[in-house]
Design a protein around this ligand. Structure first.
Ligand SMILES: Cc1cc2nc3c(=O)[nH]c(=O)nc-3n(C[C@H](O)[C@H](O)[C@H](O)COP(=O)(O)OP(=O)(O)OC[C@H]3O[C@@H](n4cnc5c(N)ncnc54)[C@H](O)[C@@H]3O)c2cc1C
Length: 290
């Protein structure tokens, strides 16, 4: 289950080097064995889901990467009423297809969102004013402190693009949904996809929004007002469609993206006095600081 891999193969931005150790556990027992191995070897670790919200540097990554992705943790089980138990490795698109088939509404706003259920929960993914945590009932979480524990929604602090997992790894999530006709779900999903197609760049080598929106504002609008659309550094470019997306034009490295991000952040600071926080997760390589 351990081995080496270049993370550029597993991230939507197509950037990133090799971690000192890579695990792709398919069961909780394998996940616990991976954590034990990290502890024994004195390695810290990071969790990789679908890799759609990551900016990973090239070179050697001085930590283990634990990949929670199908195959593994990829079950969906309908419970009583309108609740669903879902493995963290299920692609968000797979969960939505299941919800549509079963007539369970509430997560349609995620239509078109790449990545896994684990990643969506960990980042409290959201769109069009709605967030994953609004529909969350409980999580099953594994950590080095405890083999596996169930955490109820009331015990999890959720904020804008953040769920406090206290360093734990999500292995499954339970969602509380609403009986809704499949036709209505399909209609709502199509509308969300239409809005995405209109406002976001076409599917390509991006990682979604680079910055979080500042309170009462839109990072994309501020970046647009700074005239940054189309700005390039090396192989990366600010999207012409949405100024909060950067695209890998091919062959770009994380250093290009980090330089462009610095330019974007400085432009907004200079013009509006606003400090933008990263939404994308930055994974540094050896001897670099996050
Ligand atoms: C074209 C495009 C559009 C996007 N649009 C949106 C949008 O509208 N809204 C939005 O919120 N995001 C958006 N994103 C970003 C991204 O798709 C979401 O944040 C997604 O939920 C990340 O899931 P992932 O599995 O890819 O996570 P990853 O990128 O693999 O990881 C993201 C974070 O979650 C952690 N993580 C992943 N899995 C687990 C787990 N099982 N347990 C604990 N931690 C875990 C990782 O350690 C990391 O910190 C977009 C991205 C792209 C490329």
């Amino acid at each position: 289950m351990a081995g080496t891999i270049q993370l550029r193969q597993l991230t939507s931005l197509r950037m990133g080097g090799a971690p000192v150790c890579y695990f792709h556990p398919r069961t909780e027992a394998e996940l616990l064995a991976a954590l034990e191995q990290c502890l024994r070897r004195g390695l810290s670790w990071r969790v990789l889901g679908g890799g759609s919200n990551l900016l990973v540097e090239e070179g050697t990554l001085p930590y283990a990467v634990i990949h929670i992705h199908a195959p593994g943790f990829d079950f969906i089980e309908r419970k009583d009423g309108a609740s669903l138990r879902v493995g963290a490795g299920v692609p968000t698109a797979g969960l939505l297809a299941f919800c549509r088939r079963e007539g369970l509404g509430g997560l349609e706003f995620l239509a078109g969102l790449p990545g896994t259920v684990g990643g969506a929960v960990a980042g409290n993914a959201g769109a069009w004013g709605k967030e994953v945590c609004d529909r969350l009932a409980r999580l099953r979480v594994v950590s080095t402190q405890s083999a596996a524990m169930v955490r109820h929604r009331s015990e999890i602090e959720c904020a804008y693009r953040h769920a406090d997992l206290s360093g734990g790894i999500v292995t499954e999530a339970e969602f509380e949904l609403r009986p809704t006709s499949p036709e209505l779900i399909a209609e709502r999903m199509a509308e969300c996809c239409r809005l995405r197609a209109e406002r976001h760049p076409p599917a390509g080598r991006s990682a979604g929004c680079i910055f979080k929106n500042p309170p009462h504002g839109s990072a994309g609008k501020l970046l647009d007002l700074c005239g940054l659309k189309g700005r390039q550094v090396g192989g990366v470019e600010v999207s012409q469609r949405h100024a909060n997306f950067i695209l890998n034009r091919g062959g770009a490295v994380a250093g290009d993206a980090l330089r462009l991000i610095r330019i974007m952040r400085e432009a907004v600071r200079r013009q509006f006095g606003i400090e933008l926080d990263l939404e994308v997760r930055h994974w540094p390589a050896r001897s670099k600081v996050a």
